[in-house]
Design a protein around this ligand. Structure first.
Ligand SMILES: O=C[C@H](O)COP(=O)(O)O
Length: 251
């Protein structure tokens, strides 16, 4: 039985004041015990969030981390071990905004994934196709290649301590959501790809859906057999809406 997870990716949003307000809203939420909840604030606000959520069962993660796990001469980067030291337990790897806007490709993402695990962080690997790729009928090929690059290099066992988020790029921040069946089809293919190598890992790994998830569509999405929760962008900036999405995962 996989424990559902609902994670909020705050992206590049927030000031110290708005983050304080969001923390208060999150503290007021009654969280269902069966759901793991996490937030990914901007790096600058991680300490504030870790301190503000003390005693509340919400994990804190980073949106990105360095390719090296320790410390060193890497100007502008923050390493997984520094994130652990700051109170993080998770990190996003390969969000489409970083793949597309920062040019992050497989080689770098493999190193980030490995460095995160070496420091004890749980990587949340984000994969998904663009609209052009979906329209060309290449969705499963693209997703399989993105996942396969990590499996080939680090082995399927790496997913015993990782989470995967399927986020179709065309659904991110657009208000367009993959239908529950569209999302389920891709999730099933992801699980089958893992199962071809190791069925125990495949059955245990949480597969989150991301892309315009709201309280209004979460119940249906999370009701699909291979969707184990969500990675929420815009809707996670409102504690009440985020709380309603969390409850949808607890149903
Ligand atoms: O990481 C979160 C995803 O990019 C989804 O963002 P969104 O819920 O604003 O569409």
């Amino acid at each position: 039985m996989r424990r559902p997870m609902v994670a909020g990716n705050w992206k590049m949003h927030g000031t110290r004041a708005s983050v304080a307000e969001l923390i208060n809203g999150l503290r007021d939420l009654a969280l269902p015990s069966g759901v793991e909840v996490a937030v990914f604030p901007p790096l600058l606000h991680i300490s504030q969030v870790v301190d503000g959520l003390k005693g509340k069962s919400i994990s804190v993660g980073a949106q990105n981390s360095a390719v090296e796990s320790g410390q060193g001469a890497l100007t502008g980067e923050v390493s997984p071990s520094q994130l652990v030291d700051a109170g993080c337990s998770l990190v996003l790897v390969g969000h489409s905004e970083r793949r597309q806007l920062m040019g992050e490709q497989d080689g770098v993402l493999i190193r980030k994934f490995a460095a995160a695990q070496a420091s004890g962080l749980v990587p949340v690997l984000c994969i998904g196709e663009t609209l052009e790729q979906r329209e060309a009928g290449k969705t499963l090929e693209v997703v399989s290649q993105q996942l396969g690059s990590i499996i080939d290099e680090l082995g399927v066992g790496a997913f015993a301590k990782a989470v995967i988020a399927y986020e179709p790029v065309w659904a991110i921040g657009t208000g367009l959501t993959a239908s529950p069946q569209q999302a389920q089809d891709v999730h099933a293919a992801i699980r089958a790809q893992l199962a071809a190598e190791n069925s125990e890992v495949a059955q245990g790994v949480r597969l989150l859906y991301g892309g315009s998830v709201k309280a209004a569509n979460a119940v249906e999405l999370f009701g699909m057999p291979d969707i184990d929760g969500g990675l929420i962008g815009g809707a996670s900036l409102n504690a009440d809406e985020f709380g309603a999405i969390i409850r949808a995962a607890g149903n």
